[in-house]
Write a protein that binds this ligand. Structure first.
Ligand code: AHR
Length: 501
């Protein structure tokens, strides 16, 4: 019996809903087909946005959406995407698969989508190939309310009222596709560009995000932090609110990443072990940031995470389309538990990407839509949004194949705004069921209900079989003397909502 120690009296931090954020890029069939089909499409839409996808994302309470990239962001010139659609520039998306980018989805469409979703906005600005003026004018166009050339242009294009920009990224992966810069060079460019990203709405300060590292590139974090903090007033905190971190779970190598659906038990554990590395990355980057940011004001923003496999056979390799199995569900559960546990520093995380690209929560094919196992994990975890992280620890043992060893269970617990305790637990074993005893310090459990996602490791949903993997009620929970007993089946993710005294 694994003991799960939970002390509801110890609150460890606030879980911002943005930890369950999403990312949308002009890549493959993410924006076009996945989110936006245009008003003339036979696919049911509202102002061009797919109604089925919007409704599904609302169900998981999508808190924030990042756009327009990714690598695309540092090649994106926002003025190409405003004004009458018929006059917008057409171009080839050279970075991603060579499709035609007709710019029919631009700033107005993104803001419309976020309004329909009821989510926050995260814009990635172009530092790699754009000018300071271009970035500055984009912010003015989106947010300035008054007499100015960009506010006038926005009005001319049909929108008088400014929008709200919640988060603004100043460049993306500027160590690579965003300009191949050194950290010192980027740090100085960051300082210059961010100066002109102004918060025009006094009550709506834009949260500025500097480009952070790729995985364990600690030299990048060190170089950027040192440069942004040099000769700067302490209270400006390196001119940033957050520093990003990108980490993808790649089971194999970048050349041979592995199949999304055809994998063996060893690859299962390799994938989960590589995912667990996220915890180390957060801790190590945090340590470096703390050397400069002594007041811990700079958040960690994990604005790209998820699995990255070889593209689905028969699809355009530049479109990064992949299937999504129970393995992805476990990857999502592990990461979301890690983000919860680090909520004092991790302020936002954005899975890559929301529809039809990499670890998508939704796949589409024409008018059809499939919810992936990853989608269902977000559905289970949504109860943690804006909740308080609670002290918890579960007894674990190492399991795996050969050197690919992982703890058998991962968990996190929060006290929700509904006054209930929300527990999420993942069983990483392919074959073993574990009995669990939940022990709550000085607390009696009065009621328990739950949901579970379970299956075999390669199970996934297809357009032919849309509900092979789906949420089911989890009823086998016993309350014994005010404490909780249950069994967690192999390869599963569980959410429990517990009423307390
Ligand atoms: O998500 C796909 C790509 O991965 C993004 O465009 C880029 O930022 C990262 O390398």
């Amino acid at each position: 019996m694994a003991k799960w120690y939970i002390n509801p009296h110890i609150k460890k931090g606030h879980i911002h809903k943005e930890l369950q954020g999403h990312f949308s890029e002009h890549l493959g069939r993410c924006i076009y087909e996945g989110l936006y089909v245009g008003e003339e499409s036979p696919i049911p839409n509202k102002k061009g946005m797919r109604i089925d996808v919007v409704e599904a994302l609302k169900n998981i309470q999508i808190p924030v959406l990042r756009w327009p990239g990714g690598c695309f962001a540092d090649e994106y010139h926002w003025k190409d995407g405003i004004g009458p659609k018929e006059t917008r520039k057409k171009m080839i998306n050279t970075h991603w698969g060579g499709g035609v980018e007709d710019n029919s989805f631009g700033t107005h469409e993104f803001m419309e989508l976020c309004e329909q979703l009821g989510c926050k906005t995260y814009i990635s600005g172009n530092l790699g190939s754009g000018t300071v003026q271009e970035m500055s004018e984009w912010v003015e166009y989106m947010t300035f309310d008054g007499l100015s050339p960009m506010a006038a242009l926005r009005t001319e294009n049909g929108r008088k009222k400014p929008w709200r920009v919640d988060y603004f990224g100043i460049g993306n992966e500027n160590w690579g596709c965003g300009g191949n810069m050194t950290p010192e060079y980027y740090g100085n460019e960051y300082r210059r560009y961010q100066t002109y990203v102004r918060s025009y709405q006094p009550d709506k300060t834009i949260f500025k995000i500097a480009c952070g590292a790729n995985g364990d590139d600690y030299a990048w974090t060190e170089g950027v932090m040192k440069t942004t903090y040099t000769n700067a007033q302490k209270q400006l905190h390196g001119f940033m609110d957050g520093l990003s971190l990108h980490y993808y779970t790649v089971p194999g190598t970048w050349e041979h990443k592995g199949s999304a659906t055809l994998f063996d038990e060893k690859e299962w554990y390799t994938t989960l072990k590589k995912t667990l590395y996220m915890e180390t990355l957060i801790k190590c980057h945090e340590e470096i940031m703390n050397q400069y940011d002594t007041e811990h004001k700079n958040a960690i923003i994990i604005d790209e995470w998820g699995t990255w496999y070889d593209p689905e056979p028969g699809t355009n390799p530049g479109f990064l389309y992949q299937q999504n199995t129970m393995r992805d569900a476990l990857v999502a559960a592990i990461n979301l538990n890690i983000f919860n546990k680090n909520c004092n520093r991790v302020r936002m995380a954005n899975i890559a990407q929301v529809v039809n690209v990499l670890q998508a929560v939704i796949l589409t094919e024409g008018k059809e839509m499939v919810l992936t196992p990853t989608y269902h994990v977000f559905d289970l975890y949504k109860y943690h949004q804006e909740a308080e992280l609670i002290e918890s620890h579960i007894e674990t043992k190492e399991i795996g194949v050969g050197e690919e060893q992982v703890p058998n269970l991962t968990e996190s617990v929060s006290l929700g705004q509904d006054g209930k305790l929300h527990l999420t637990l993942a069983n990483l074993s392919i074959e073993e069921t574990y009995p669990i005893e939940g022990l709550f310090t000085d607390t009696q459990i009065l009621s328990a209900e739950g949901s579970i996602l379970k299956g075999n490791m390669r199970d996934h949903n297809t357009f032919e079989e849309k509900e092979k993997v789906k949420l089911e009620p989890f009823t086998k929970i016993k309350i014994v003397d005010g404490q909780v007993h249950f069994e967690i089946p192999p390869c599963s993710v569980v959410h429990l909502a517990l009423g307390i005294d």
